[in-house]
Design a protein around this ligand. Structure first.
Ligand SMILES: [Mg+2]
Length: 485
């Protein structure tokens, strides 16, 4: 492991919700929940104001509505989020060739490989500068963690949230990790956490005290070894710029053929969970679930199912593997089982939850007005589906605004822009010829991320700010974006 905190982890703060608050002045300082608004929608991101009430990512939307009925409930604007994400990633790539994105708003950067940091002081300066550049270019805040390993850098950025920077100095890792919950370690989800708790292990220090043999006994060889090493703050995983893995799979061969169908089912569930751990450990998600079954006569079958979007959700992968098993005859006995995931993607978790949920919301409608009580059952017309809550519109007379809600043949629009005062609300018929869908406006004046929303503005900043940012940072970098009129 390196001796300087030169691995940086960036995590934008409540990314989707922050973008919405920056876009919509009337929502600043308010509870905002972005996600699927359909009957099975889940929360993608909640603003910090909504988190106070217990709303969090992946929570069913109905539950969020009960907790904070007056929050603004918005359908994600993915194209816009991606364009902002790309601006942030460009800033990271200006620091180092080794940038490893984990999702739209999260990435590791090897500062040493980029020659921009070699000790604590230079690493801290790079982190401070990066946060300022992100703010200048996007108008948003991101938290930075710096440490000598990926695991610790990610923990540091978590500690830094929101809008902060934390450095874990090499040498202090063990003392810092010791009192923290085991859940802080990568690969420890609720199930593993419970398992460890039943064995009397709740903190990282208690993992160390239990010893490696006990961990292996509790969690199996691979996971036990891995977790013990993490608890000792040993993590040598490199920052990798490219994803080369095409699939992630696990399999077991049995000494004695398994005949009992229930047992076969349980083994498949167990393999699915192991596969998810490996998938998550690599920061990946995947679309295609593969089941492999070798029978008593050595005939080998594979069955696969492709989902609508990539997932790393253990429940989804377990269920898919279970469905695949239903189509396989195992009566003669089984000598090998395997579960794999392919069709891998670099990003996971909240953006995907939202993506799936957002698509469903559009497909299933109706989009409810965000201040309304849970919708009465109304068939959604095509016109109503055209106006997802939170999306941009332009009115011939009133200008740029966003859909606050729609239903019953009407659409409510709030007319405001990122740089305006909080705006007024007006209601139109959904087929008003003066109202049309619009591109998002840039969050920063002269900023480039508006997807063409402001003609002429920002095109210069796109090419000049981060792409030419010298490694030595002798230029003013992204700061130029805010000094424009
Ligand atoms: Mg984030």
């Amino acid at each position: 492991m390196r001796t300087a905190p030169t691995i940086l982890h960036l995590d934008m703060d409540a990314f989707f919700a922050s973008v919405e608050q920056a876009s919509k002045p009337s929502l600043r300082g308010k509870a905002v929940v972005v996600g699927g608004l359909g009957p099975r929608g889940v929360v993608a991101t909640a603003s910090y104001e909504a988190r106070v009430f217990g709303v969090h990512s992946a929570m069913p939307m109905g539950q969020a509505r009960r907790l904070v009925p007056n929050a603004a409930y918005l359908v994600p604007r993915f194209t816009f989020y991606r364009s902002i994400s790309e601006r942030v990633m460009e800033l990271l790539r200006a620091l180092s060739p080794l940038v490893e994105p984990l999702s739209l708003d999260e990435a590791f950067v090897d500062l040493e490989a980029g020659g921009v940091a070699w000790d604590e002081r230079s690493a801290r300066l790079a982190g401070v500068k990066l946060r300022a550049d992100i703010r200048a270019v996007t108008g948003l805040t991101g938290s930075v963690g710096l440490a000598a390993s990926k695991m610790l850098a990610k923990i540091a950025s978590e500690e830094a949230k929101p809008d902060g920077l934390v450095v874990i100095e090499p040498g202090s890792e063990r003392a810092m990790l010791g009192p923290l919950s085991v859940r802080i370690l990568p690969g420890v989800g609720p199930a593993t956490g419970d398992h460890l708790r039943r064995a009397g292990i709740t903190t990282v220090e208690e993992i160390v005290e239990a010893g490696e043999d006990e961990l292996v006994r509790l969690l199996g060889k691979a996971h036990g070894h891995g977790l013990y090493a993490m608890a000792l703050a040993r993590d040598d995983r490199p920052v990798v710029a490219e994803r080369e893995t095409k699939s992630v799979s696990v399999e077991d061969t049995y000494d004695v053929d398994i005949h009992d169908r229930t047992r076969v089912g349980l083994e498949v569930q167990r393999l699915a969970e192991r596969c998810v751990r490996r998938l998550r450990g690599a920061g990946l998600s995947g679309r295609t679930i593969v089941l492999k079954v070798r029978r008593y006569d050595f005939s080998t079958l594979t069955r696969s199912e492709t989902l609508r979007g990539p997932t790393d959700d253990p429940a989804v992968i377990r269920e898919a593997a279970g469905r695949l098993l239903d189509s396989v005859d195992t009566t003669g006995g089984v000598r090998l089982l395997g579960v794999g995931v392919s069709g891998l993607a670099d990003y996971t978790q909240e953006d995907l939850f939202a993506q799936a949920a957002g698509e469903r919301a559009v497909a299933e409608g109706p989009v409810e007005e965000h201040t309304a009580a849970p919708a009465e059952e109304q068939p959604a017309s095509l016109a109503e589906r055209r106006w997802p809550a939170g999306h941009d519109v332009r009115h011939a007379e009133f200008g740029h605004g966003w859909v606050q809600g729609s239903g019953l043949g009407r659409v409510t629009v709030r007319f405001e822009t990122p740089s305006s005062e909080p705006g007024r609300v007006r209601t139109f018929r959904v087929d008003d010829p003066d109202l049309e869908a619009a591109d998002p406006l840039p969050l920063v004046l002269g900023g480039p991320e508006g997807g063409g929303g402001v003609p002429g503005a920002g095109s210069q900043a796109v090419s000049s700010v981060p792409a030419s940012l010298p490694k030595s940072w002798s230029g003013s970098g992204g700061g130029a974006a805010t000094s424009r009129p």
